[in-house]
Design a binder for this molecule. Structure first.
Ligand code: HEM
Length: 580
């Protein structure tokens, strides 16, 4: 079947044909000096024809059942250019313009990217673990981002994507171990408690230092400092690299902000200089940490010791294991810090909501103790936050929904007919577009593009997902799904398709840290809300900026502009002590 060109291109094609005819007449009519203008026109005509042919070729389906092809304006490379220039916003924009297509094909040089924008299909992708897998992509990504040498790159590639019963490579072993340690159980409870106590120590010490001394800060920088320092402490113990070399905190954020450029892999020391130097500084400090055996100190989390043990078992040197730890520190800090920022910002930008959440916290998760001092000590029961503070929980989830444009990625290992309907060609890439799914009015209602602080309370209360108004209604103090022991903090949100909440990814690559992060973020937000007041720097209302979506969305997106606030320690409460 001949391919249909868009009307604009069809008329261009006709114009070119008539241009060609007149050029050839011109050339044959000119008896001597063939003039330069005619030559230029011939070249332009040839180029346009080549363009049209390439445009048509890129649109040719590789199989009758391949999802509809969205051709690039610049054939083959246009989509890659768009992604490089506009980050995640580029593909999200295509997805939003093509809402009628649950999946579409983006042609790229020698391959295809299949973009899935429908939760039911996303679920099917996540289930097709035999033929669609993230694992084979990991070594190329980690080599670029973390800079592993050839020997360790080979170790990473060994037994990379085993079937059940086959020998497991290092990546699979690490994956399984992290899942078992961070899944519900005693290790998770212990780690969550340590994390919250460490954060409480930081917040209490800040309050003591600034009791009568308000300061103006960048809210994101202020929050991520707490998270970076305490995560390094509770994971890697008191002699962790950031504690011994505080300047490494800047190196860490340089690395984070240059991840997209590192991923490009084009002379990274030049094109991603800051990120490259940041990573190398961190890797060097972690290498010293491991070579001095500081990972065996008291106060180091068991998960870290187990990670090192597994890396060594698989043939890693201590020096190169340091690079792997940079990635784990990254996983532990970045999303937690940015999510906390959004939750705090959304609360303080809405004074009524803030007061409501403070009351909810004091009633449901705090016991005040009069210790004879000026202010009562507050005992924080972090287990109660999830069950007794539904508004806080809803703001947390909504911050994740609005802040996450994450793409879950899979490699097509063999030709696949997904759901018996869509053909995916071997060696192509599948991306589940979280940003498009999170903005889908069919899933989230007409207010999908708005931040609705109580959206998830309404979803829990209603059988359907028709959330429309933002009226603040008091939910019962104990959520039913929480008291029945079901998964309350991730993808299983009542009234929403299980694959529609994408902030933690899904399927085999679902974030193993999501339970832990939920405990940690709720507790940290509670501490901030109870301990300080925030005012806009120049007075007036705190305004929530848009997210910066013109980057590769490797984690929860940051704001488009800095939010500067005055932090004032509150008079009504003293130290926060985490009791459970
Ligand atoms: C709000 C906080 C967090 C968010 C939004 C988040 C989100 C994610 C996402 C989207 C992925 C990739 C999923 C995919 O590819 O489909 C991921 C993977 C991962 N996350 Fe998280 N994460 C958070 C906190 C944490 C924390 C605190 C830890 C560890 C302490 C952690 C550990 C990991 C690990 C180890 C992976 C890789 C899993 C694998 O493929 O084996 N995350 N996370």
């Amino acid at each position: 079947m001949p391919l249909q060109l868009p009307p604009a291109l069809e008329s261009l094609q006709e114009t070119l044909q008539s241009l060609f005819q007149s050029i050839f007449q011109d050339v044959s009519n000119s008896n001597s000096n063939s003039n330069f203008a005619t030559l230029a026109t011939v070249v332009a005509a040839v180029a346009s024809t080549v363009y049209l042919v390439l445009y048509r070729l890129q649109s040719v389906k590789r199989h009758a059942d391949e999802p509809p092809v969205i051709a690039a304006g610049v054939p083959y490379v246009g989509h890659l250019l768009g992604m490089a220039l506009w980050g995640g916003r580029y593909v999200k924009g295509i997805g939003l313009k093509n809402r009628d297509k649950p999946v579409f094909t983006l042609p790229v040089p020698f391959s295809r990217i299949y973009v899935v924008t429908d939760p039911t299909l996303a679920n099917a992708v996540q289930r097709a673990t035999k033929t669609l897998s993230f694992m084979p992509l990991v070594p190329d990504i980690t080599k670029r981002v973390l800079g592993f040498d050839a020997t360790h790159d080979a170790i990473l590639r060994k037994d990379i994507d085993p079937e059940p019963g086959q020998p497991k490579g290092v990546l699979q072993d690490l994956h399984d171990m992290v899942w078992s340690y961070l899944g519900p159980g005693q290790t998770l409870t212990d780690l969550s408690l340590r994390a919250s106590r460490e954060l409480a120590r930081q917040v209490n010490s800040y309050a003591a230092d600034h009791d009568r001394d308000p300061e103006v800060v960048s809210l994101l920088v202020w929050i991520r400092h707490f998270v970076a320092v305490s995560t390094a402490n509770f994971l890697y113990g008191p002699r962790n690299p950031i504690a011994l070399h505080p300047e490494l905190e800047d190196s860490f954020w340089d690395f984070d902000h240059g991840l997209g450029a590192l991923l490009m892999g084009i002379f990274p020391s030049v094109t991603a200089g800051k990120a490259y130097r940041g990573r190398e500084a961190l890797a060097k400090a972690f290498a010293e940490y491991l070579e001095e055996s500081r990972h065996n100190d008291d106060g180091v989390s068991p998960i870290i010791r187990k990670r090192i043990e597994l890396l060594l078992q698989h043939g890693f040197s201590l020096r190169e294991a340091s690079r792997s730890e940079v990635s784990f520190l990254f996983a532990g800090i970045v999303n937690t810090a940015t999510t906390t920022f959004w939750v705090v910002l959304h609360l303080f930008a809405r004074p009524d909501l803030l007061n409501y959440v403070r009351a909810e916290l004091l009633a449901g998760a705090i016991t005040e103790l009069d210790m004879g001092g000026e202010k009562p000590t507050r005992l924080l029961d972090q287990e109660a936050l999830k069950t007794n503070c539904p508004t806080l929980m809803s703001v947390f989830r909504e911050s994740l929904r609005v802040g996450s444009d994450f793409y879950s990625t899979r490699l097509v290992k063999t030709d696949t007919l997904l759901s018996g309907q869509y053909f995916f060609a071997k060696d192509s890439v599948v991306q589940i577009a979280g940003g498009v799914i999170h903005a889908d009015t069919g899933i989230w209602g007409a207010s999908a593009d708005k931040f609705d602080p109580v959206r998830f309370i309404k979803l829990q209360q209603q059988p359907s997902s028709s959330a429309s108004s933002t009226t603040l209604t008091r939910a019962s103090s104990t959520s039913s799904s929480a008291s029945s022991g079901k998964d309350t903090e991730n993808e299983k949100v009542k009234g929403v398709h299980p694959a529609a909440f994408r902030a933690f990814g899904g399927g085999k690559t679902l974030c193993p840290g999501r339970h832990f992060a939920t405990h940690e973020i709720l507790a940290f937000v509670a501490m901030i809300v109870l301990t300080v007041d925030l005012e806009a720097e120049g007075g007036g209302k705190i305004v929530v900026p848009e997210k910066e979506d013109g980057v590769m969305p490797v984690h929860i997106l940051e704001p488009k502009r800095d939010v500067r606030v005055k932090v004032r320690v509150r008079k009504d409460g003293g130290e926060v002590v985490v009791v459970r």
